[in-house]
Design a protein around this ligand. Structure first.
Ligand code: AMP
Length: 295
């Protein structure tokens, strides 16, 4: 695996590869890698000639200074995992490489309501920072395909909208959520759970699974109510939201019949660790629809 720290070096190398007609797949990450991240690398390797991963803990998407400070950093292990996975290139820049003109965004996107609901309510400014860094990274790497996880469902929807706004040809590939054995969605933040809280965190996926089982017999508001009750019964949980939304607009749905794409999304504090998760409750896939794995 080749490791690049500088934008110009990476671009120069990628140009030589692109001139040979090779396709590039890109998986942006903030490091502290786990099998969820590696699943993106695996998928890219299966579909593209060259796979680029990036590790950059983007300061502009943290609305909470403590969260940024406490964000786990394990660069040596990350490099080892990526090397083992067969990733071709790791881009690990400093903030000055990504933001040579300072961190004030030069472009402000209009995502409509997409960035104002769910995470947008609880993490003001987060999606502006996320869009800013993904925009910058796409501009540097210009991949054919961008590999994102369904885990960050709203993020994937907003990045898809950004590509549409920018009229970029990069295709988004959304990969299924990789989970621990007890169902907890893998996340870099899981290592911060206390030994007592870690098993309790599995309740999040249990409630999501039970919500999926209720579809057909109950309407979205009934499922939401019962799910909230179960989550709130755990004293170590502080629930920010549990909502059943349309997978495209991210707005709450009244009836499952009103949409062909329904997803239950949740954000919970477990002790002082904030976790998000989701499960697709309904999806009718159009014939000829392209790449829907994970959605
Ligand atoms: P992060 O390092 O948390 O910014 O995540 C980088 C990418 O990995 C994002 O596209 C995430 O959605 C994806 N990702 C994180 N956790 C998982 C998981 N458990 N399964 C699949 N993809 C994931």
């Amino acid at each position: 695996m080749l490791l690049f720290k500088r934008v110009l070096d990476l671009q120069k190398y990628l140009l030589t590869q692109k001139n040979k007609g090779l396709t590039v797949g890109f998986a942006p990450t903030m490091g502290a890698l786990h099998r969820g991240h590696i699943s993106l690398i695996d998928r890219s390797r299966a579909e593209c000639d060259i796979t680029v991963a990036s590790i950059f803990v983007n300061p502009t998407q943290f609305n909470n200074a403590q969260d940024l400070e406490k964000y786990p950093r394990t660069p040596e292990r990350d490099i080892e995992m990526l090397t083992e996975s067969g990733c071709d290139i790791l881009f690990m820049p400093d903030a000055a490489e990504i933001y040579p003109d300072g961190t004030t965004p030069s472009v402000k996107f209009n995502f409509g309501k997409l960035d104002r609901v769910l995470e947008g309510v609880f993490r003001p400014g987060h999606f502006d920072g996320m869009a800013q860094v993904v925009h910058r990274l796409l501009d540097i790497i210009q991949p054919e395909r961008l590999y994102l996880g369904q885990k960050d469902f709203q993020q994937a929807a907003i990045v898809a909208k950004m590509l549409e706004i920018l009229k970029l040809k990069t295709e988004i590939v959304t990969c299924a959520i990789v989970r621990e054995e007890d169902g907890l969605a893998m996340s870099s933040r899981n290592v911060r759970l206390t030994v007592e809280d870690r098993p309790k965190a599995a309740l999040i996926h249990k409630v999501l699974t039970e919500a999926a089982d209720m579809v057909g017999e109950y309407n979205p508001s009934e499922i939401q109510k019962s799910s909230l009750l179960k989550l709130k019964a755990e004293p170590r949980f502080k629930v920010e939201y549990f909502e059943i939304v349309d997978g495209r607009t991210l707005l709450p749905i009244q009836l499952f019949e009103d949409t062909d794409f329904a997803v239950a999304v949740v954000a919970v504090w477990v002790g002082d660790v904030r976790l998000i998760d989701n499960v697709i409750l309904k999806q009718i896939i159009e014939e000829n629809a392209h790449d829907t794995e994970g959605y």
